[in-house]
Design a protein around this ligand. Sequence first.
Ligand code: AMP
Length: 272
Amino acid sequence: MKVVRTIAEARRELAPLRPGAFGLVPTMGALHDGHRSLLDAARAENKTVVMSLFVNPAQFGDASDLASYPQDDERDLAFAEGAGVDLVFTPSVDEMYPPGFQTWVDVTELGSILEGRFRPGHFRGVATVVLKLFEIVRPDRAYFGQKDAQQAEVIRRLIRDLALEIELRVLPIVRDPDGLALSSRNALLSPEERERAVSLPRALATKDADAARAALAASNGLAVDYIEVADFDPPVLAGAIRFGSTRLIDNVPLDKGSDPTGLTPSQEGDPV
Ligand code: AMP
C-alpha cells in the first residue's frame, strides 16, 4: 500500500494504473467497520482502491469540534492496509487549501436544510473537498455511507449538476449490536452517554417524526437538534442529538420493508 501526501505524488502514482476501474473512499480517519464496508465494496468492484484520509477543516464550523476529532493515523493506515487499499492520499491542510484559496462549491438548497441549518457552511466544505478529491483521483466510483444521508444526497446532486463521470455508491449504515450507528464521534461519549445514545436509533425506528420526537423528549441529558422526514433517495427519517458538545446523527429509510436498525417496536403485522 502506497501512502502519499501531495497531489503531485498522488497523480504520479495513479497514472500508470490507468486504464482500469478506480474506486475512491473519502474518510476523515478514526476508521471503524462502517468505513470497512465502503472499503470492502470498493475492493470488490475496482482494480484500484484509493482511500483519502483528511480531516477537512472547511466542514467544521466549530474549532473545538475540529480539535477534538479523534485522530490516529498509524492505526488508520494499518486498518486501510488490512482492507486491501492500494493507495492512501493523506494531504496536509495547506495542500488542499493553498494560501489564497477562495474557490468554493455550494450545493445551495440541499446544503442548507437539516444538518445545514445547524452547521452552516458544512456542506460547502464537504462539496468543495469532495470535488477536489474527485479531480485528483479521477475515480470511476465513489463510496459513501448512508449514515450521512444528506451528505450522500449532496454528492449525488453535485455529480448530476456538474456532469461528473462518477458512479455514486451509497452503502448501508453499519451499527453496533444495540442499534447505535458506528461513528468516529462515538469514542467521545462517556460510558453513560454511550448507553443512552441508543435512544436515537430507537426513536427513529418508529419511522414517525412525532413519535420519535416524543420518545427523545423523555430522555434527560440529551438535546435534540432535529427529527425530520427528508425527501432523499431513499426518503428517510433523519435525526441529530447532542450530549454536551458531542453530536450524533442517524437516519432510517422510510420505504416499506425491513428495519435495518432491528429496533422497530412492533414488527408483527407490518404490511410487507
Ligand atoms: P467520515 O470519516 O466520518 O467522514 O466517514 C467517511 C465515510 O464513511 C462517509 O461516507 C460516511 O457516511 C461513512 N460512514 C461513517 N459511519 C458509517 C456507518 N456507521 N455505516 C456506514 N458508513 C459509514
